[in-house]
Structures are given as structure tokens and as C-alpha cells.
Design a protein around this ligand. Structure first.
Ligand code: ZN
Length: 244
């Protein structure tokens, strides 16, 4: 009888431990939007250039920094079709110009982070200007959605140095770079959809962070086929916070 009680006690303890592990590790990820305080990589000077390279999964990020949102409707449709949580980096200016799009992105469960306010080269700015670029973007996103973009930002043009990263860290951010630049943004210079698609697929590797944009028309045209091919190769497509 005593033995039975001891076994039951052990079984109960094991169940409690399993439930606790689930709640603290998997449950927040399943919810999509993790509160910024729970992000696996909070503010810091070491930037992130790829996700977990031990997992057969990749991260697609879509920057909104110019003035156009040409591919946005197709991107959202493809993310929904493939049940993928997307990751967006918006400038404050683009948030203010397209608040309904930003609301739609958040309502669909996607992640949205800072691409600074004016899309300037941060390495040419003073500390105070860098801080303003980040804080104005946070205010814009808070006004549109009630969410903060912290702790992640992406430097416009990928232009950053150790000084920019140090200032951003003090402001509560960590830089997100990329593994593969799809070069969709070179469409005005003659880059083709075919070339962008083969660049993405030929570089496919665990943990890749892909840089794409919502302003060009290439991304919207190829994204469905790109996702279908990547998934057929046994990869999952995950969001930034799911994949790093
Ligand atoms: Zn940009």
C-alpha cells in the first residue's frame, strides 16, 4: 500500500515537471506574440544573423522602409495559406503611412519590429539621433497597435557598427541582420523574380534568416512557390522569435 502511494507520488511529480516544462518553453512560442520581456535574446550588442542552425527551419523577414507596399497583400495571403508566422521590420514613417496594414499584420499574429523611423544610415548619426530614430518608431507602433517593437531592430541598409549597436543596446534593442539577402530590392536595377527565387532556394540551409521587402513586386510574385519548394525539402518556415 505504501509502495503504491510512493509510485503515485512519483508519477504525479513527473507529470508536474512535464507540464511545467511545456508551459515555460513551448506554450509562449505556440502563442506567437511573446511579450518582449520573455524574448530569448533581449537587448544586447551581439547581433543575430541566423536562427538555430541545428533545426531544419528558416526565417523569412520582410522590411518596409521605402514608400511602397506593393507585395504586402500577397505576402499576407501566402503566410496565411502556409500557416506561417511572418516577421516584419517597419520604419516609423511606414507605420504612420499605413496604420491599417500594420494593424492587419498584428491581427494576423505576425511579428513586427523596428526598422528605425527615417531609414537613415545610422553610422552617420549622433547618439541622440540614433535614440530618436528608435524611440519615434516605438511611439508610432504603440499608437497604431499598442505593441512595442522592442527588443529587435534592423539597421537600414544593414549599416551598423559597434557604436550603433552600443547605443541601440542602451535603448533596449538588439540588431537583427540576415543570413541571405534575396536582393528583391534590386528590382529597379533589373533584378528578376527568377534570379531572386533561385538565390533563395540555392542557399537554403538550417537557420537561414532571409531578407526580403514588401515594396518590390518580386516578393509577392514568388513567395508562394518559394514556400512550397522549401516545405517540400522538409523545412519549416518560422518567425524570428520562433527560430532564434
Ligand atoms: Zn530597409
Amino acid at each position: 500500500m505504501t509502495k503504491k502511494i510512493i509510485y503515485a507520488g512519483i508519477a504525479l511529480a513527473v507529470l508536474v515537471v512535464i507540464a511545467a516544462i511545456f508551459i515555460f518553453t513551448w506554450w509562449p512560442a505556440l502563442q506567437g506574440n511573446i511579450p518582449s520581456t520573455n524574448h530569448p535574446h533581449p537587448a544586447g550588442t551581439t547581433e543575430i544573423t541566423h536562427g538555430d542552425t541545428n533545426k531544419k527551419q528558416v526565417i523569412f523577414t520582410f522590411d518596409a522602409g521605402g514608400t511602397l507596399i506593393t507585395s504586402a497583400p500577397q505576402i499576407l495571403a501566402v503566410l496565411a495559406k502556409h500557416h506561417v508566422t511572418g516577421t516584419f521590420f517597419f520604419t516609423g514613417k511606414m507605420i504612420e503611412a499605413h496604420p491599417n496594414l500594420v494593424k492587419e499584420i498584428v491581427a494576423a499574429g505576425h511579428e513586427i519590429f523596428s526598422h528605425t523611423y527615417d531609414h537613415l544610415d545610422l553610422t552617420t548619426l549622433s547618439d541622440a539621433q540614433i535614440t530618436t530614430e528608435l524611440s519615434k518608431t516605438e511611439s508610432a507602433l504603440m499608437a497604431a497597435t499598442g505593441l512595442s517593437p522592442k527588443p529587435y531592430f534592423r539597421a537600414p541598409y544593414g549599416a551598423r557598427n559597434s557604436h550603433v549597436l552600443a547605443v541601440a543596446t542602451q535603448d533596449g534593442y538588439r540588431s537583427i541582420y540576415w543570413t541571405v539577402d534575396a536582393l528583391d530590392w534590386e528590382e529597379p536595377q533589373g533584378e528578376t523574380a527568377t534570379a531572386v527565387q533561385s538565390r533563395i532556394l540555392s542557399s537554403l540551409a538550417p537557420g537561414n534568416i532571409y531578407l526580403m521587402h514588401i515594396g518590390d513586386s518580386i516578393t509577392g510574385k514568388i513567395l508562394d512557390a518559394v514556400f512550397t519548394t522549401i516545405e517540400s525539402r522538409g523545412y519549416r518556415i518560422v518567425s524570428l522569435t520562433q527560430g532564434i
